[in-house]
Design a protein around this ligand. Structure first.
Ligand SMILES: Cc1cc2nc3c(=O)[nH]c(=O)nc-3n(C[C@H](O)[C@H](O)[C@H](O)COP(=O)(O)OP(=O)(O)OC[C@H]3O[C@@H](n4cnc5c(N)ncnc54)[C@H](O)[C@@H]3O)c2cc1C
Ligand code: FES
Length: 304
Protein backbone atom coordinates (compact mmCIF):
# COMPACT_ATOMS: atom_id res chain seq x y z
CA UNK A 1 0.00 0.00 0.00
CA UNK A 2 1.27 3.43 -0.81
CA UNK A 3 2.49 5.31 2.29
CA UNK A 4 0.55 8.39 1.09
CA UNK A 5 -0.87 10.26 4.05
CA UNK A 6 -4.58 10.17 3.35
CA UNK A 7 -6.76 10.40 6.41
CA UNK A 8 -10.27 11.57 5.64
CA UNK A 9 -12.08 13.11 8.57
CA UNK A 10 -14.39 10.17 9.11
CA UNK A 11 -11.45 7.72 9.30
CA UNK A 12 -9.73 9.35 12.20
CA UNK A 13 -12.97 9.67 14.08
CA UNK A 14 -13.32 5.92 13.76
CA UNK A 15 -9.81 5.30 15.05
CA UNK A 16 -10.20 3.08 18.13
CA UNK A 17 -7.92 5.22 20.27
CA UNK A 18 -10.29 8.12 20.08
CA UNK A 19 -13.04 6.18 21.80
CA UNK A 20 -11.25 3.34 23.53
CA UNK A 21 -7.71 4.32 24.56
CA UNK A 22 -6.53 0.95 25.90
CA UNK A 23 -6.94 -0.68 22.48
CA UNK A 24 -4.63 1.71 20.74
CA UNK A 25 -1.15 0.38 19.87
CA UNK A 26 1.84 0.33 22.14
CA UNK A 27 1.04 3.50 24.08
CA UNK A 28 -1.83 1.91 25.95
CA UNK A 29 -0.71 2.91 29.42
CA UNK A 30 0.04 6.46 28.44
CA UNK A 31 -3.28 6.83 26.69
CA UNK A 32 -5.09 5.74 29.82
CA UNK A 33 -3.47 8.43 31.85
CA UNK A 34 -3.08 11.28 29.42
CA UNK A 35 -5.29 13.32 27.21
CA UNK A 36 -5.15 13.33 23.42
CA UNK A 37 -6.40 16.52 21.81
CA UNK A 38 -7.93 15.86 18.40
CA UNK A 39 -6.75 18.49 15.95
CA UNK A 40 -7.26 19.48 12.34
CA UNK A 41 -4.43 20.77 10.18
CA UNK A 42 -5.82 24.11 9.04
CA UNK A 43 -2.77 25.52 7.23
CA UNK A 44 0.61 24.33 5.97
CA UNK A 45 3.47 26.66 5.12
CA UNK A 46 6.46 25.30 3.24
CA UNK A 47 9.47 26.96 4.88
CA UNK A 48 12.29 25.10 3.11
CA UNK A 49 12.62 21.84 1.18
CA UNK A 50 12.94 20.01 4.52
CA UNK A 51 10.73 21.95 6.93
CA UNK A 52 7.05 22.77 6.96
CA UNK A 53 5.05 24.81 9.44
CA UNK A 54 1.74 23.21 10.42
CA UNK A 55 -1.13 25.14 11.98
CA UNK A 56 -3.17 22.78 14.14
CA UNK A 57 -6.57 23.68 15.47
CA UNK A 58 -7.87 21.75 18.49
CA UNK A 59 -11.32 20.65 17.40
CA UNK A 60 -13.18 21.00 20.69
CA UNK A 61 -13.70 24.73 21.42
CA UNK A 62 -13.50 24.27 25.19
CA UNK A 63 -10.30 22.20 24.94
CA UNK A 64 -8.88 24.82 22.58
CA UNK A 65 -9.63 27.53 25.12
CA UNK A 66 -7.96 25.78 28.04
CA UNK A 67 -4.91 24.43 26.16
CA UNK A 68 -1.98 26.29 27.68
CA UNK A 69 1.77 26.00 27.25
CA UNK A 70 4.95 27.84 28.14
CA UNK A 71 7.75 28.79 25.70
CA UNK A 72 10.13 25.82 25.39
CA UNK A 73 7.56 23.09 25.96
CA UNK A 74 6.74 20.38 23.45
CA UNK A 75 3.86 18.14 22.43
CA UNK A 76 3.76 14.54 21.29
CA UNK A 77 2.24 14.62 17.81
CA UNK A 78 0.29 11.53 16.84
CA UNK A 79 -0.11 10.71 13.17
CA UNK A 80 -2.83 8.07 13.46
CA UNK A 81 -1.68 4.72 12.22
CA UNK A 82 1.89 5.91 11.70
CA UNK A 83 3.30 6.88 15.07
CA UNK A 84 3.97 9.63 17.50
CA UNK A 85 6.93 11.96 17.99
CA UNK A 86 7.94 14.99 20.09
CA UNK A 87 7.79 18.46 18.53
CA UNK A 88 8.46 21.83 20.14
CA UNK A 89 5.59 24.30 20.10
CA UNK A 90 6.57 27.13 17.77
CA UNK A 91 3.69 29.47 18.35
CA UNK A 92 2.80 32.37 20.58
CA UNK A 93 1.40 31.40 23.99
CA UNK A 94 -1.24 34.05 23.35
CA UNK A 95 -2.53 32.40 20.18
CA UNK A 96 -5.67 30.57 21.29
CA UNK A 97 -6.82 29.83 17.73
CA UNK A 98 -4.19 27.34 16.61
CA UNK A 99 -0.85 25.75 17.53
CA UNK A 100 2.16 26.03 15.22
CA UNK A 101 4.60 23.16 14.78
CA UNK A 102 7.65 23.40 12.53
CA UNK A 103 8.55 19.90 11.39
CA UNK A 104 11.66 18.70 9.57
CA UNK A 105 11.53 15.55 7.47
CA UNK A 106 13.72 13.15 9.48
CA UNK A 107 12.32 9.62 9.26
CA UNK A 108 9.15 7.66 8.89
CA UNK A 109 6.52 9.63 10.81
CA UNK A 110 7.84 13.08 9.92
CA UNK A 111 7.90 12.15 6.22
CA UNK A 112 4.30 11.03 6.47
CA UNK A 113 3.15 14.29 8.08
CA UNK A 114 4.92 16.20 5.30
CA UNK A 115 2.49 14.54 2.88
CA UNK A 116 -0.53 15.72 4.87
CA UNK A 117 -2.97 18.16 3.36
CA UNK A 118 -5.08 20.75 5.14
CA UNK A 119 -8.14 19.12 6.65
CA UNK A 120 -6.22 16.02 7.81
CA UNK A 121 -6.61 15.15 11.46
CA UNK A 122 -3.95 14.35 14.01
CA UNK A 123 -3.70 14.08 17.79
CA UNK A 124 -1.51 15.87 20.27
CA UNK A 125 -0.63 15.05 23.86
CA UNK A 126 0.91 17.55 26.18
CA UNK A 127 2.25 20.12 26.60
CA UNK A 128 5.24 18.45 28.23
CA UNK A 129 8.54 19.42 29.78
CA UNK A 130 10.18 22.42 31.31
CA UNK A 131 10.16 25.90 29.83
CA UNK A 132 12.39 28.95 29.48
CA UNK A 133 12.26 31.24 32.55
CA UNK A 134 10.71 34.21 30.75
CA UNK A 135 9.63 35.91 34.02
CA UNK A 136 13.09 35.62 35.57
CA UNK A 137 14.58 37.26 32.47
CA UNK A 138 12.47 40.39 32.82
CA UNK A 139 14.46 43.59 33.15
CA UNK A 140 17.52 42.01 31.52
CA UNK A 141 19.10 41.84 28.08
CA UNK A 142 18.18 38.68 26.22
CA UNK A 143 20.28 36.76 23.73
CA UNK A 144 18.30 34.31 21.61
CA UNK A 145 20.71 32.09 19.71
CA UNK A 146 19.66 29.43 17.20
CA UNK A 147 21.32 27.13 14.74
CA UNK A 148 19.33 25.55 11.89
CA UNK A 149 16.11 23.94 13.09
CA UNK A 150 16.79 25.49 16.54
CA UNK A 151 14.78 28.52 15.43
CA UNK A 152 11.63 26.36 15.79
CA UNK A 153 11.77 26.02 19.62
CA UNK A 154 13.14 29.56 19.85
CA UNK A 155 10.14 31.05 18.10
CA UNK A 156 7.85 30.75 21.16
CA UNK A 157 10.24 32.78 23.38
CA UNK A 158 10.66 35.26 20.49
CA UNK A 159 6.87 35.72 20.36
CA UNK A 160 6.83 36.10 24.15
CA UNK A 161 9.52 38.79 24.19
CA UNK A 162 7.77 40.62 21.33
CA UNK A 163 4.47 40.58 23.18
CA UNK A 164 6.08 41.84 26.40
CA UNK A 165 8.74 43.98 24.73
CA UNK A 166 8.72 46.76 27.37
CA UNK A 167 9.69 44.30 30.08
CA UNK A 168 13.03 43.35 28.52
CA UNK A 169 16.08 45.45 27.73
CA UNK A 170 18.13 44.82 24.58
CA UNK A 171 17.11 41.71 22.68
CA UNK A 172 19.39 40.08 20.13
CA UNK A 173 18.58 37.13 17.89
CA UNK A 174 21.63 35.40 16.45
CA UNK A 175 20.77 32.81 13.83
CA UNK A 176 23.05 30.63 11.76
CA UNK A 177 22.50 27.93 9.17
CA UNK A 178 24.66 25.92 6.80
CA UNK A 179 23.46 27.86 3.74
CA UNK A 180 20.85 30.56 2.95
CA UNK A 181 18.29 28.04 1.65
CA UNK A 182 17.99 26.52 5.14
CA UNK A 183 16.91 29.73 6.87
CA UNK A 184 13.54 29.39 8.60
CA UNK A 185 10.82 32.01 9.09
CA UNK A 186 12.53 34.55 6.82
CA UNK A 187 9.16 36.25 6.31
CA UNK A 188 9.17 37.38 9.95
CA UNK A 189 12.63 38.95 10.13
CA UNK A 190 11.55 42.42 9.13
CA UNK A 191 8.76 42.51 11.69
CA UNK A 192 11.07 41.33 14.48
CA UNK A 193 13.56 44.08 13.68
CA UNK A 194 11.37 47.01 12.68
CA UNK A 195 8.29 46.52 14.83
CA UNK A 196 9.75 44.78 17.85
CA UNK A 197 13.14 46.52 17.91
CA UNK A 198 15.08 43.32 18.08
CA UNK A 199 18.61 43.18 16.75
CA UNK A 200 18.57 40.20 14.36
CA UNK A 201 21.83 38.95 12.91
CA UNK A 202 22.12 36.01 10.56
CA UNK A 203 25.13 34.08 9.33
CA UNK A 204 25.68 31.13 7.01
CA UNK A 205 28.57 28.71 6.73
CA UNK A 206 28.36 28.41 2.95
CA UNK A 207 27.13 31.63 1.32
CA UNK A 208 25.69 31.64 -2.18
CA UNK A 209 26.11 34.40 -4.77
CA UNK A 210 23.07 36.30 -3.47
CA UNK A 211 24.07 36.23 0.22
CA UNK A 212 25.08 39.68 1.50
CA UNK A 213 25.56 38.91 5.20
CA UNK A 214 28.51 37.47 7.09
CA UNK A 215 29.82 33.94 6.54
CA UNK A 216 31.16 31.54 9.14
CA UNK A 217 30.10 29.98 12.41
CA UNK A 218 27.52 31.57 14.68
CA UNK A 219 30.16 32.55 17.26
CA UNK A 220 31.47 35.06 14.68
CA UNK A 221 28.40 37.18 15.40
CA UNK A 222 29.47 37.82 19.00
CA UNK A 223 32.06 40.25 17.63
CA UNK A 224 29.25 42.53 16.53
CA UNK A 225 27.35 42.90 19.81
CA UNK A 226 28.16 44.35 23.19
CA UNK A 227 27.17 42.09 26.06
CA UNK A 228 26.71 43.16 29.67
CA UNK A 229 27.44 39.74 31.21
CA UNK A 230 25.73 40.29 34.55
CA UNK A 231 22.57 41.69 33.02
CA UNK A 232 22.11 39.15 30.26
CA UNK A 233 20.26 35.86 29.86
CA UNK A 234 20.80 33.55 26.91
CA UNK A 235 18.63 30.90 25.29
CA UNK A 236 20.43 28.56 22.90
CA UNK A 237 18.68 26.09 20.59
CA UNK A 238 20.39 24.02 17.95
CA UNK A 239 22.55 20.96 17.46
CA UNK A 240 24.45 19.83 20.60
CA UNK A 241 27.81 20.66 19.03
CA UNK A 242 26.66 24.27 18.82
CA UNK A 243 25.82 24.38 22.56
CA UNK A 244 29.39 23.56 23.44
CA UNK A 245 30.94 26.32 21.35
CA UNK A 246 28.32 28.95 22.04
CA UNK A 247 28.06 28.30 25.78
CA UNK A 248 31.82 28.23 26.33
CA UNK A 249 32.06 31.48 24.37
CA UNK A 250 29.35 33.08 26.50
CA UNK A 251 31.07 31.72 29.59
CA UNK A 252 34.33 33.41 28.52
CA UNK A 253 32.38 36.67 28.14
CA UNK A 254 31.28 36.31 31.77
CA UNK A 255 27.62 35.24 31.44
CA UNK A 256 26.88 32.96 34.43
CA UNK A 257 26.17 29.35 33.41
CA UNK A 258 22.87 29.35 35.27
CA UNK A 259 21.67 32.17 33.02
CA UNK A 260 22.23 30.22 29.81
CA UNK A 261 19.39 27.88 28.84
CA UNK A 262 19.50 25.11 26.29
CA UNK A 263 16.86 22.76 24.94
CA UNK A 264 18.12 19.19 25.01
CA UNK A 265 16.44 16.89 22.52
CA UNK A 266 16.66 13.18 23.10
CA UNK A 267 14.68 10.38 21.53
CA UNK A 268 11.40 10.19 23.40
CA UNK A 269 8.53 7.81 23.59
CA UNK A 270 5.98 8.63 26.31
CA UNK A 271 6.98 12.23 27.08
CA UNK A 272 5.89 11.84 30.68
CA UNK A 273 8.55 10.02 32.68
CA UNK A 274 7.25 6.48 32.23
CA UNK A 275 9.28 4.68 29.58
CA UNK A 276 12.89 5.74 30.40
CA UNK A 277 13.61 6.19 26.66
CA UNK A 278 14.87 9.74 27.08
CA UNK A 279 17.15 9.23 30.05
CA UNK A 280 20.58 10.78 30.28
CA UNK A 281 22.15 9.16 33.33
CA UNK A 282 19.38 9.28 35.91
CA UNK A 283 17.71 12.33 34.36
CA UNK A 284 14.43 12.09 32.47
CA UNK A 285 14.92 14.70 29.75
CA UNK A 286 11.19 14.67 28.97
CA UNK A 287 10.08 15.86 32.40
CA UNK A 288 13.22 17.42 33.90
CA UNK A 289 13.93 18.95 30.45
CA UNK A 290 14.00 19.61 27.59
CA UNK A 291 15.00 23.06 28.88
CA UNK A 292 18.02 22.98 31.19
CA UNK A 293 20.35 25.68 32.40
CA UNK A 294 23.86 25.14 31.12
CA UNK A 295 25.23 24.53 34.59
CA UNK A 296 22.95 21.48 34.97
CA UNK A 297 23.82 20.22 31.49
CA UNK A 298 27.54 20.52 32.21
CA UNK A 299 27.01 18.19 35.16
CA UNK A 300 24.90 15.74 33.18
CA UNK A 301 27.16 13.02 31.87
CA UNK A 302 26.79 12.42 28.11
CA UNK A 303 24.27 15.25 27.80
CA UNK A 304 26.21 17.00 25.04
C1 LIG B 1 11.72 17.79 22.99
C2 LIG B 1 11.90 17.62 21.51
C3 LIG B 1 11.50 18.63 20.66
C4 LIG B 1 11.64 18.48 19.27
N1 LIG B 1 11.22 19.48 18.47
C5 LIG B 1 11.28 19.33 17.13
C6 LIG B 1 10.78 20.36 16.27
O1 LIG B 1 10.29 21.41 16.71
N2 LIG B 1 10.84 20.14 14.93
C7 LIG B 1 11.37 18.98 14.41
O2 LIG B 1 11.37 18.84 13.18
N3 LIG B 1 11.87 18.01 15.19
C8 LIG B 1 11.83 18.15 16.54
N4 LIG B 1 12.30 17.14 17.34
C9 LIG B 1 12.87 15.94 16.72
C10 LIG B 1 11.74 15.01 16.27
O3 LIG B 1 11.09 14.50 17.40
C11 LIG B 1 12.33 13.85 15.45
O4 LIG B 1 12.82 14.36 14.23
C12 LIG B 1 11.23 12.82 15.16
O5 LIG B 1 10.96 12.10 16.33
C13 LIG B 1 11.68 11.85 14.10
O6 LIG B 1 10.61 10.93 13.92
P1 LIG B 1 10.53 10.01 12.63
O7 LIG B 1 9.58 8.89 12.91
O8 LIG B 1 10.28 10.82 11.43
O9 LIG B 1 12.01 9.50 12.55
P2 LIG B 1 12.59 8.05 12.87
O10 LIG B 1 12.28 7.17 11.71
O11 LIG B 1 12.20 7.61 14.23
O12 LIG B 1 14.15 8.45 12.89
C14 LIG B 1 14.78 9.06 11.74
C15 LIG B 1 16.05 9.76 12.14
O13 LIG B 1 15.75 10.84 13.05
C16 LIG B 1 16.55 10.70 14.20
N5 LIG B 1 15.78 11.14 15.37
C17 LIG B 1 14.66 10.58 15.87
N6 LIG B 1 14.26 11.21 16.99
C18 LIG B 1 15.14 12.22 17.19
C19 LIG B 1 15.28 13.24 18.19
N7 LIG B 1 14.48 13.32 19.22
N8 LIG B 1 16.30 14.11 18.05
C20 LIG B 1 17.15 14.01 17.03
N9 LIG B 1 17.08 13.07 16.08
C21 LIG B 1 16.09 12.18 16.16
C22 LIG B 1 16.88 9.24 14.29
O14 LIG B 1 18.08 9.01 15.01
C23 LIG B 1 17.04 8.85 12.85
O15 LIG B 1 18.32 9.16 12.37
C24 LIG B 1 12.20 17.29 18.73
C25 LIG B 1 12.62 16.28 19.59
C26 LIG B 1 12.47 16.44 20.97
C27 LIG B 1 12.92 15.35 21.89
S1 FES C 1 10.14 9.84 27.05
FE1 FES C 1 9.40 8.28 28.32
S2 FES C 1 10.42 8.66 30.20
FE2 FES C 1 10.97 10.34 28.96
Amino acid sequence: MSPEFRIPKQDINNEPFMTSPPLYNRKTIVMRTDKVYKCEIINIIELTSMEKLFHLKILDPEERRIFFFRPGQFVMLEVPGYGEFPISISSSTGNKDFIELCIRKAGRATNIIHRARTGARVGIRGPFGTSFPMEEMKGHNVLLIAGGLGLAPLRAPIFWVNEHRDEYKDVHILYGTKDPSQMLFTYQYEEWQRVNHINLMTIVEKPDAAWKGPAGLITELFKHITIEPHHTYAIICGPPVMFKFVCSHLDSLGIPMNRMFVSLERRMHCGMGKCCRCMVGSTFTCVEGPVFDYWSVMNLKEAI
